[in-house]
Design a protein around this ligand. Structure first.
Ligand SMILES: Nc1ncnc2c1ncn2[C@@H]1O[C@H](COP(=O)(O)OP(=O)(O)OP(=O)(O)O)[C@@H](O)[C@H]1O
Length: 261
């Protein structure tokens, strides 16, 4: 495959406002990306272009080498997994389901099981439980899980469709420091079978599994590239509109805020 994602001079306009401006960005096979930017900078709008929910106003766009305008977006979406802490609002419907049922429902893009589940599907559930080290939760109801376990089960659910792209939109928001590390530890395993797009406000969540970073500010890309080239004091200060310094510890970047005059 040539490109996983390719934005060529993409703009997205809404109500006469240019929300995304002149976006040029390529994600290649084998790369794992993080996306950073302030609230309202355009991260979700960018992701919604990739998933085909926002249609570009101008420019050329391909996802998994499929050219927008010539491809069936609903088919394409089956290759894209999406986990968001915003999914928490759907959790009411799955409280009483077992962990296995929640995971298997990912195959049907619904939170209920309305279609027949095959033997092969259950084998994949077992495989996912094993890979994500969640076997100890087998048979438990979703409602009794900790927040960290719930996030990991929702990631497992997204893997049921064997996505080529997995969007993790602030998957660690609201988690304590231990649960957050448990979710982050999955990153190494996930990257073997999919391409990660990891959105966060906390740069220390950019683990060694992430290879590349995109910085977004006011609907424009400040920088895209290998993480060591992009996560610099100057580029992060520009992105976050506040003077910051980055330092690396344990293979991860950490931020300190410079005192403002
Ligand atoms: N459908 C829409 N119609 C009009 N304006 C929109 C629409 N979607 C997003 N916007 C605007 O585009 C800008 C970028 O929003 P977006 O949700 O992409 O930001 P974000 O970086 O994901 O923010 P956050 O970190 O808060 O989730 C905001 O000013 C928002 O109000």
């Amino acid at each position: 495959m040539e490109n996983i994602v390719y934005f060529n001079q993409i703009t997205w306009r809404r109500n006469n406002q240019e929300i995304l401006k002149d976006i040029n960005w390529q994600i290649k096979e084998g790369e794992q990306w993080a996306i950073l930017g302030l609230n309202g900078s355009g991260k979700t709008s960018l992701l919604n272009i990739i998933t085909g929910y926002n249609y570009p106003t101008s420019g050329k766009m391909t996802v998994l080498d499929q050219l927008f305008g010539r491809t069936d977006l609903s088919e394409l979406r089956k290759s894209i997994g999406y986990v968001s802490s915003a999914l928490d609002r759907f959790q009411d419907t799955i409280q009483l389901e077992s962990v296995e049922n929640v995971i298997v429902s990912g195959k049907f893009a619904s939170f209920g099981i309305y279609e027949e589940v095959s033997e092969a599907d259950w084998r994949l559930v077992d495989r996912i439980l094993f890979d994500l080290r969640l076997e100890y939760l087998k048979g438990k109801k979703y409602s009794v899980l900790s927040q960290g376990e719930r996030r990991r089960v929702l990631i497992g659910r997204a893997l049921m469709s064997r996505p080529e792209i997995l969007i993790l939109d602030e998957p660690c928001s609201g988690l304590d420091i231990l649960s957050r590390e448990e979710v982050l530890e999955l990153m190494d395993d996930l990257k073997e079978n999919t391409h990660l797009l990891y959105v966060t406000h906390h740069i220390e969540e950019i683990t060694e599994a992430i290879t590349h970073v995109a910085l977004v500010r006011d609907g424009e890309l400040v920088a895209t590239g290998e993480k060591r080239d992009v996560l610099t004091d100057a580029l992060l200060s520009e992105t976050f509109k506040i003077p910051v310094q980055v330092h690396w510890d344990g293979g991860r970047p950490w931020l300190t805020i410079e005192k403002r005059k």
